[in-house]
Ligand binder design. Structure first.
Ligand code: APR
Ligand code: ZN
Ligand code: ZN
Length: 338
């Protein structure tokens, strides 16, 4: 089967033949239908995060079960599934205290025609859900939506800022709307993204090119917000997220800030009970959250069709990442031949 392989950082992915072993007792072989390009993949391709090489990246995907290991009871061949990086063991302290997202650190390899994964890395979904939209839920949507709903637990009426309106940021905006947030302020340097953000639920937009972002947000909200979400992965935007909080507010860092980089905060701001926290994969419980997200889509509350900017074939993957780097796309997806 064909896969896009990363051999060296800052070099194009190479389309190569790769073979997989038969599924182990608890493994599932999946025919990949769709794989989304996520900014985290780009962080690894650019060497901003250490990763053993060669590697097949990609982790936002949906497909059809082809073969299952001898002990697998959760799925059977023909089932439709979404993958999730948050594979859970089910028995460790984190899993048994309700934080399975902190269980293990795993890899998926979705830029490939087939995937071999542990059965606890997938969720079964209804067959009337289009697979190309389902794939998005596997990372971008759960990460943004979950940061708002699971990690920050935004309450109805609270004001929210989302800095960076790519696939993950858009999901945070849509999640804030589902959560019943008050003002939802979208921040992005790309006017087209801001326009789409408005469609997904943003009540206000802020373009950093029109002046200091923190001041613009303060002016809109009478002094600061209850919740800010950094969905970009940069030092300066993480610092902005904290600086724009009202007393008692919480900044949630979703973006992957380059490994080793530190952020600086005003110590004084903590005296007014401001908080800053990380959010990993939207603090998900994906076997519960993802089917619920699909229900939201089916009921017209989650606007997944608006996410997809381009549908590509596997050999076009490098062009897809170039478009992401240029900030042009919300989400590009690889659609595999059936
Ligand atoms: N201020 C606000 N927005 C900006 C700025 C800035 N200074 N610079 C760029 N942006 C916007 C881009 O225009 C783009 O719309 O941030 C957005 C980033 O979107 P994507 O590249 O599509 O990234 P995404 O896949 O959404 O991931 C964002 O979340 O999970 C993490 O690893 C992921 O760190 C990454 C982050
Ligand atoms: Zn991702
Ligand atoms: Zn565990």
């Amino acid at each position: 089967m064909k896969a896009a392989v990363l051999h060296e950082v800052n070099k194009p992915l190479m389309i190569e033949d790769v073979s997989l072993p038969n599924p182990g007792p608890r493994e599932v072989l999946i025919r990949t239908a769709v794989a989304g390009l996520c900014h985290s993949d780009l962080h690894f391709m650019e060497g901003l995060y250490p990763h053993p090489l060669p590697a097949v990246l990609g982790h936002e995907s949906a497909g059809v079960v082809e073969q299952v290991g001898s002990d697998v009871t959760y799925v059977k061949p023909g089932d439709h599934v979404v993958t999730c990086l948050s594979v859970f063991c089910g028995t460790c302290d984190n899993c048994t205290t309700g934080r399975p997202v902190l269980c293990t650190d795993t890899n998926l390899s979705s830029f490939a025609e087939q995937m071999l994964v542990h059965e606890n890395a997938i969720v079964k979904i209804r067959k009337d859900m289009p697979l190309e939209l389902a794939a998005l839920i596997g990372c971008g949507v759960i990460t943004g939506y979950g940061a708002v709903v699971n990690t920050a637990k935004v309450a109805p009426g609270e004001n929210v800022v989302v800095i960076g309106c790519g696939g993950v940021g858009m999901a945070a905006i849509n999640g804030a709307q589902i959560a019943g947030a008050g003002r939802i302020i979208a921040v992005d340097t790309n006017p087209a993204k801001l326009q789409l953000a408005t469609k997904l639920g943003a009540t206000d937009i802020v373009d950093p090119r029109n002046g200091d972002v923190v001041q613009q947000v303060r002016d809109l909200t009478n002094g600061g917000v209850h919740h800010s979400f950094e969905v970009l992965g940069r030092k300066e935007t993480a610092e902005q997220a904290f600086a724009m909080l009202a007393p008692g507010g919480t900044a949630t860092i979703v973006g992957m800030i380059p490994f080793g980089q530190k952020i600086e905060l005003h110590g004084f701001d903590f005296l007014r009970e401001r908080k800053i926290q990380g959010s990993s994969m939207g603090s998900n419980h994906f076997r519960v959250d993802m089917p619920r997200l699909i229900e939201f889509y089916m009921r017209g509350k989650l606007h997944l069709e608006d996410w997809i900017s381009a549908k590509l074939k596997l050999p076009e993957i490098n062009e897809g990442f170039a478009a992401m780097k240029a900030g042009k796309t919300v989400r590009s997806v690889i659609v595999f031949d059936a």
